[in-house]
Design a protein around this ligand. Structure first.
Ligand code: URA
Length: 212
Protein backbone atom coordinates (compact mmCIF):
# COMPACT_ATOMS: atom_id res chain seq x y z
CA UNK A 1 0.00 0.00 0.00
CA UNK A 2 1.26 3.47 -0.86
CA UNK A 3 0.86 6.09 1.86
CA UNK A 4 1.20 9.77 1.09
CA UNK A 5 1.14 12.18 4.04
CA UNK A 6 0.71 15.75 2.84
CA UNK A 7 3.55 17.95 3.86
CA UNK A 8 2.51 21.44 2.94
CA UNK A 9 2.23 24.53 5.15
CA UNK A 10 -1.16 25.51 3.68
CA UNK A 11 -2.59 22.09 4.53
CA UNK A 12 -1.15 22.19 8.04
CA UNK A 13 -2.50 25.72 8.55
CA UNK A 14 -6.02 24.66 7.51
CA UNK A 15 -5.79 21.52 9.63
CA UNK A 16 -4.85 23.59 12.67
CA UNK A 17 -8.00 25.70 12.33
CA UNK A 18 -10.04 22.53 11.71
CA UNK A 19 -8.75 20.89 14.88
CA UNK A 20 -9.57 23.90 17.07
CA UNK A 21 -12.67 23.13 19.14
CA UNK A 22 -13.76 26.76 18.76
CA UNK A 23 -14.17 26.40 14.96
CA UNK A 24 -17.89 26.43 14.09
CA UNK A 25 -19.64 24.05 11.67
CA UNK A 26 -19.88 26.41 8.64
CA UNK A 27 -16.14 27.17 8.87
CA UNK A 28 -15.37 23.49 9.48
CA UNK A 29 -17.34 22.43 6.36
CA UNK A 30 -15.64 25.07 4.24
CA UNK A 31 -12.18 24.02 5.43
CA UNK A 32 -12.88 20.33 4.80
CA UNK A 33 -13.84 21.14 1.20
CA UNK A 34 -10.67 23.17 0.69
CA UNK A 35 -8.50 20.47 2.25
CA UNK A 36 -10.02 17.74 0.09
CA UNK A 37 -9.36 19.74 -3.07
CA UNK A 38 -5.72 20.07 -2.04
CA UNK A 39 -5.45 16.37 -1.15
CA UNK A 40 -7.28 15.36 -4.33
CA UNK A 41 -4.56 17.05 -6.36
CA UNK A 42 -2.10 14.48 -4.98
CA UNK A 43 -4.61 11.60 -4.98
CA UNK A 44 -5.32 11.99 -8.71
CA UNK A 45 -1.68 12.01 -9.74
CA UNK A 46 -2.15 8.61 -11.46
CA UNK A 47 -5.68 9.14 -12.74
CA UNK A 48 -6.06 7.38 -16.10
CA UNK A 49 -5.86 9.60 -19.14
CA UNK A 50 -5.67 9.24 -22.90
CA UNK A 51 -4.14 11.37 -25.61
CA UNK A 52 -6.37 13.76 -27.45
CA UNK A 53 -5.67 15.96 -30.43
CA UNK A 54 -6.91 19.58 -30.28
CA UNK A 55 -6.63 22.76 -32.27
CA UNK A 56 -5.59 25.91 -30.44
CA UNK A 57 -6.10 29.28 -32.18
CA UNK A 58 -2.44 28.94 -33.22
CA UNK A 59 -1.79 25.29 -34.11
CA UNK A 60 -2.78 21.69 -33.53
CA UNK A 61 -1.36 19.92 -30.51
CA UNK A 62 -1.77 16.82 -28.38
CA UNK A 63 -3.15 16.95 -24.86
CA UNK A 64 -4.71 14.58 -22.35
CA UNK A 65 -8.26 13.89 -21.24
CA UNK A 66 -9.63 11.63 -18.53
CA UNK A 67 -10.17 8.12 -19.87
CA UNK A 68 -13.49 6.31 -19.95
CA UNK A 69 -14.78 4.74 -17.82
CA UNK A 70 -14.61 7.78 -15.56
CA UNK A 71 -13.31 7.48 -12.00
CA UNK A 72 -15.85 6.75 -9.29
CA UNK A 73 -15.87 8.88 -6.14
CA UNK A 74 -17.32 7.11 -3.10
CA UNK A 75 -18.01 9.19 0.01
CA UNK A 76 -18.65 7.08 3.09
CA UNK A 77 -21.78 8.36 4.83
CA UNK A 78 -22.15 10.41 6.83
CA UNK A 79 -18.90 12.31 7.37
CA UNK A 80 -17.49 11.52 3.88
CA UNK A 81 -20.32 13.57 2.40
CA UNK A 82 -18.60 16.69 3.68
CA UNK A 83 -15.66 15.85 1.39
CA UNK A 84 -17.65 15.33 -1.81
CA UNK A 85 -17.89 18.92 -3.04
CA UNK A 86 -14.13 19.46 -2.68
CA UNK A 87 -13.45 16.31 -4.72
CA UNK A 88 -15.95 16.88 -7.53
CA UNK A 89 -14.68 20.44 -7.90
CA UNK A 90 -11.43 18.88 -9.12
CA UNK A 91 -13.00 16.03 -11.17
CA UNK A 92 -16.46 17.30 -12.17
CA UNK A 93 -17.02 14.43 -14.63
CA UNK A 94 -16.41 11.65 -12.07
CA UNK A 95 -19.33 9.41 -11.19
CA UNK A 96 -20.41 9.47 -7.57
CA UNK A 97 -21.47 6.39 -5.63
CA UNK A 98 -22.46 6.24 -1.97
CA UNK A 99 -21.61 3.84 0.80
CA UNK A 100 -23.32 4.01 4.17
CA UNK A 101 -21.27 2.50 6.97
CA UNK A 102 -21.82 2.62 10.71
CA UNK A 103 -19.38 1.88 13.44
CA UNK A 104 -20.64 0.13 16.55
CA UNK A 105 -19.23 2.36 19.28
CA UNK A 106 -18.77 -0.62 21.65
CA UNK A 107 -17.18 -3.21 19.36
CA UNK A 108 -15.81 -0.54 16.94
CA UNK A 109 -16.83 -2.91 14.09
CA UNK A 110 -18.08 -1.41 10.82
CA UNK A 111 -21.03 -2.63 8.78
CA UNK A 112 -22.74 -1.47 5.56
CA UNK A 113 -26.29 -0.13 5.91
CA UNK A 114 -26.73 1.35 2.41
CA UNK A 115 -25.05 1.52 -0.95
CA UNK A 116 -25.61 3.15 -4.30
CA UNK A 117 -22.81 1.88 -6.54
CA UNK A 118 -22.54 0.18 -9.94
CA UNK A 119 -22.80 -3.64 -9.65
CA UNK A 120 -19.67 -3.91 -11.76
CA UNK A 121 -16.71 -1.71 -10.94
CA UNK A 122 -14.16 -3.64 -12.99
CA UNK A 123 -11.67 -1.38 -14.68
CA UNK A 124 -12.75 1.57 -12.53
CA UNK A 125 -10.47 3.74 -10.45
CA UNK A 126 -12.22 4.47 -7.15
CA UNK A 127 -11.61 7.35 -4.74
CA UNK A 128 -13.00 6.66 -1.28
CA UNK A 129 -13.68 9.67 0.93
CA UNK A 130 -13.60 9.23 4.69
CA UNK A 131 -12.27 12.07 6.85
CA UNK A 132 -10.93 9.99 9.76
CA UNK A 133 -8.81 6.84 9.42
CA UNK A 134 -9.06 5.73 13.05
CA UNK A 135 -9.24 1.96 13.75
CA UNK A 136 -9.34 1.27 10.00
CA UNK A 137 -12.43 -0.96 10.35
CA UNK A 138 -14.73 1.24 8.24
CA UNK A 139 -12.21 1.78 5.47
CA UNK A 140 -11.26 -1.91 5.28
CA UNK A 141 -14.95 -2.87 5.00
CA UNK A 142 -15.55 -0.17 2.35
CA UNK A 143 -12.50 -1.14 0.27
CA UNK A 144 -13.45 -4.84 0.46
CA UNK A 145 -16.91 -3.91 -0.79
CA UNK A 146 -15.39 -2.12 -3.81
CA UNK A 147 -12.94 -4.95 -4.55
CA UNK A 148 -15.80 -7.49 -4.47
CA UNK A 149 -17.49 -5.40 -7.17
CA UNK A 150 -14.34 -5.44 -9.32
CA UNK A 151 -12.60 -2.13 -8.52
CA UNK A 152 -8.97 -2.50 -9.58
CA UNK A 153 -7.34 0.66 -8.26
CA UNK A 154 -8.45 2.30 -5.03
CA UNK A 155 -7.32 5.51 -3.38
CA UNK A 156 -8.58 6.53 0.04
CA UNK A 157 -8.51 10.21 0.93
CA UNK A 158 -8.57 10.90 4.68
CA UNK A 159 -8.14 14.26 6.38
CA UNK A 160 -6.44 12.68 9.44
CA UNK A 161 -5.02 9.20 10.03
CA UNK A 162 -3.90 7.26 13.09
CA UNK A 163 -0.89 4.91 12.86
CA UNK A 164 -3.11 2.05 14.14
CA UNK A 165 -5.53 2.51 11.24
CA UNK A 166 -2.78 2.60 8.65
CA UNK A 167 -1.35 -0.66 10.02
CA UNK A 168 -4.78 -2.34 9.87
CA UNK A 169 -5.20 -1.19 6.26
CA UNK A 170 -1.70 -2.35 5.31
CA UNK A 171 -2.24 -5.80 6.85
CA UNK A 172 -5.70 -6.21 5.34
CA UNK A 173 -4.61 -5.56 1.76
CA UNK A 174 -1.01 -6.80 1.77
CA UNK A 175 -1.93 -9.68 -0.56
CA UNK A 176 -5.04 -8.35 -2.27
CA UNK A 177 -3.40 -7.74 -5.65
CA UNK A 178 -5.37 -4.48 -5.96
CA UNK A 179 -3.25 -1.34 -5.71
CA UNK A 180 -4.36 0.67 -2.68
CA UNK A 181 -3.17 4.20 -1.95
CA UNK A 182 -3.84 6.37 1.09
CA UNK A 183 -3.56 10.14 0.82
CA UNK A 184 -3.91 11.89 4.15
CA UNK A 185 -3.54 15.43 5.45
CA UNK A 186 -1.66 14.37 8.60
CA UNK A 187 -0.49 11.34 10.50
CA UNK A 188 -1.58 11.85 14.10
CA UNK A 189 -0.14 10.35 17.27
CA UNK A 190 -2.48 7.54 18.31
CA UNK A 191 -6.03 6.40 19.11
CA UNK A 192 -7.48 6.90 22.58
CA UNK A 193 -9.46 4.25 24.47
CA UNK A 194 -12.69 5.37 22.75
CA UNK A 195 -11.23 4.94 19.24
CA UNK A 196 -10.80 8.69 18.71
CA UNK A 197 -7.74 10.06 16.96
CA UNK A 198 -5.34 12.02 19.20
CA UNK A 199 -4.87 14.96 18.89
CA UNK A 200 -7.50 14.65 16.14
CA UNK A 201 -10.46 16.95 15.77
CA UNK A 202 -13.23 15.08 17.61
CA UNK A 203 -16.18 13.50 15.81
CA UNK A 204 -15.93 14.65 12.19
CA UNK A 205 -19.62 13.95 11.45
CA UNK A 206 -20.79 15.97 14.46
CA UNK A 207 -18.47 18.85 13.68
CA UNK A 208 -19.67 18.92 10.05
CA UNK A 209 -23.37 18.46 10.65
CA UNK A 210 -24.04 18.81 14.39
CA UNK A 211 -25.23 16.12 16.80
CA UNK A 212 -28.45 14.64 15.40
N1 URA B 1 -14.19 9.17 13.79
C1 URA B 1 -14.19 10.50 14.06
O1 URA B 1 -15.06 11.26 13.61
N2 URA B 1 -13.19 10.98 14.85
C2 URA B 1 -12.23 10.21 15.36
O2 URA B 1 -11.33 10.72 16.05
C3 URA B 1 -12.26 8.83 15.06
C4 URA B 1 -13.24 8.32 14.28
Amino acid sequence: MKVHVANHPLITHKLTVLRDEKTDSPTFRHLVEELVTLLAYEATRDVRTEKVSIKTPVTTTTGLKLSDPRPVVVPILRAGLGMLEGMTRLIPTAEVGFLGMVRDEKTLKASTYANRLPENLSGRQCFVLDPMLATGGTLVAAINFLIERGADDITAICILSAPEGIKVLEDAFANSGVPITLVTGALDEKLNEHGYIVPGLGDAGDRLYGVV
